[in-house]
Design a protein around this ligand. Sequence first.
Ligand code: GAR
Length: 215
Amino acid sequence: MPLAVLISGAGSNMLAIADACRSGQINARVALVIADVPTAGGIARAQALGLGTTVVDRRAFQSAGKPDRAAFENALAAAIDASGAGLVVLAGFMRVLSGNFVARYSGRMLNIHPSLLPRYKGLDTHARVLAAGDHEHGVSVHFVTADLDGGPLIAQAPVPVLPGDNLASLSARVHAREYIIYPMVIEWLTRGRLQWNLGSPTLDGKPLTAPVLLR
Ligand code: GAR
């Protein structure tokens, strides 16, 4: 299955997914890596692997001096669709997408979020977990719906918060789990084990009433 991988930053999850495709762990290929900012470091990393890349610079889409989200999303959808992607993989993509855009890829768009959702939706999750003094953090993979960070959960991996942790150490531990859980879920979907089922996802034919826990 051709994948479109959307990034805004370093793209380390994108690399983990590309590796999993190359090793055969995932029955898919990265058809296109798309960044919404020209400074995304993952673009050069993808190019170094010979992957197709494009930048759909959100700041280039303005109308009367204001961001034109519809025009940006039209360009994004055009790039995704031209790539032939059957699955859209948000991998550190830091733009909020409209309900219209999300509906276009309903059941065909995944996101990874650095927290045990529904805890810590939004930004700066590591800092918020540290500030709260939590002992447990983690990662979630979910289908994308118009509900920000609120689509049906597929899998989660808890990550311990250790004494003396700081942003760098905690985020490194979270990333390490991301590189395992995201390819795993993509593999389920590409092999048809995971099905969207009109918003009531199933895994191996059984309703996914709670996310699979990866310990
Ligand atoms: C990842 O930790 C991902 O979970 C997070 O951004 C990071 C991207 O790292 N995503 C979000 O916060 C989405 N709300 P990467 O560019 O190295 O893959």
